[in-house]
Write a protein that binds this ligand. Structure first.
Ligand code: NAD
Length: 377
């Protein structure tokens, strides 16, 4: 019997992505997999059921989960969803492991093998499976578009009969995957772009995309490509230089996150009060509380009619077609090498499988998750 791979409707309000697209469905079918999808599950991502050739459409989540050996999801499964799943099945999804203790416990009780897409190791071989990166790139792009939409100025320089229009000044804070895509997008729209990151390695990357790097003289290079937390003194030095650039900007897109920790506060209320009238901050670090003191995650804040602060959540979901296509491809690239003769045969010696697994055989197996739990307990 071939394995049954199931894709349910995403039930989190506002989630428009889906963990499967017609191209990946076709590839999985070619590997002999039986695919079941909840009826209409892909409609929020603008895919019609008829586009999924050879995929069995199921009416209810209950019926879908009951027979599934492997489940692809975008948002972490809820307790209700886990309860509907077969004991011992495999689930691949974002899991927000640091916020999902009760889910992890339930997955252990049900012997579920879970893969947390946040845990895909950031090694060259795993780039095609790296869903944090694929979705962060989308957020970086969309963040700039949101900023341009709310901006009081044009992005490009324009020479018109009514005079020459100066280009907008855009500052990107945090030059990881989202930040670099934000730089590229703002640059394409014709703005003067500045960028800043605590990791000095990003200077060259920012400059190669046409941004001017703000040099504060502080570096926070951490392990594994992530940033470390800064000392108070370093933060103060960073702040003073950055503040000057913040106050000159028309649009700021902040993307500075520290995985599993609250986002560092980089723009204070005091500095917002000194920003240009009509300026916009798009805080893409809102999921972790935001990089601006005045950010309200999930809301737009109008600061005294002067500065607009956007705190968008789940930004990738606002570009559901491409976000779903990229995410489905990430899942496929992660698990398809282990589908042999229509069966899933996971290789527990494989570095990516070992590191991405969150729970297996009733236990938490993710070393990176266990380390952060120990550090915070
Ligand atoms: P992230 O979302 O964790 O953080 C975003 C950026 O914010 C990072 O560049 C970080 O240095 C920066 N930041 C953190 N605190 C800051 C502060 N106080 N002020 C200013 N900036 C601050 O990062 P990410 O985009 O997921 O990835 C980070 C890096 O990991 C990438 O740029 C890349 O070098 C590396 N990476 C490697 C691979 C791979 O090799 N497979 C894949 C993805 C990412």
């Amino acid at each position: 019997m071939p394995i049954c791979l199931a894709v349910p409707n995403e039930i989190l309000p506002g989630e428009r992505r889906i963990a499967l697209d017609p191209v990946v469905a076709k590839k999985l079918i070619e590997l002999g997999v039986d695919i079941c999808m909840q009826k209409g599950a892909a409609s929020s991502a603008h895919f019609k059921d008829e586009q999924f050739d050879g995929v069995k459409l199921i009416d209810t989540a209950e019926e879908l989960f009951k027979n599934a050996d492997v489940i692809f999801k975008v948002q972490p499964p809820t307790l209700d969803e886990l309860n509907m799943m077969k004991d011992g099945c495999v689930v691949a999804s974002f899991m927000t492991p640091h916020k999902s203790q009760s889910l992890i416990k339930r997955m252990c009780e049900k012997n579920i093998t879970s893969f947390a897409m946040e845990l895909v190791p950031r090694i060259t071989r795993a780039q095609s499976m790296d869903a944090l990166s694929s979705q962060a790139g989308i957020a970086g792009y969309k963040g700039v578009i949101m900023g341009a939409d709310k901006a009081a100025v044009f992005f490009p320089m324009l020479t018109t009969a009514a005079g020459t229009i100066r280009p907008a000044r855009v500052l990107i804070i945090g030059a990881g995957v989202a930040g670099l895509q934000a730089i590229a997008t703002a640059k394409r729209l014709g703005a003067i772009v500045e960028a800043y990151d605590v990791r000095s390695a990003t200077k060259e990357q920012c400059e190669s995309l046409g941004a001017k790097f703000v040099d504060t003289g502080v570096s926070a290079d951490g392990e594994g490509g992530y940033a470390r937390e800064l000392s108070d003194e370093e933060k103060q030095q960073q702040q003073q230089v950055l503040d000057k650039h913040i106050c000159l900007s028309d649009v700021i897109v902040t993307t500075a996150a520290i995985p599993g920790r609250p986002s560092p506060k980089i723009i204070s209320a005091e500095v917002v009060a000194n920003m240009k009238v009509g300026a916009v901050i798009v805080d893409l670090a809102s999921e972790g509380g935001g990089n601006c003191e005045l950010t309200q995650p999930g809301q737009n804040v109008d600061f005294e009619g002067r500065v607009t602060i956007l705190g968008p959540l789940n930004v990738a979901s606002q570009v559901p077609v491409h976000a779903s296509e990229m995410y489905a491809k990430n899942l496929f690239n992660l698990l398809s090498p282990f589908i042999k003769e229509a069966q899933l045969e996971l290789d527990w010696e494989d570095e990516v499988i070992k590191n991405t697994a969150l729970t297996h055989k009733g236990e938490i197996v993710a070393e990176r998750y266990k380390e952060t739990q120990e550090a915070t307990s």
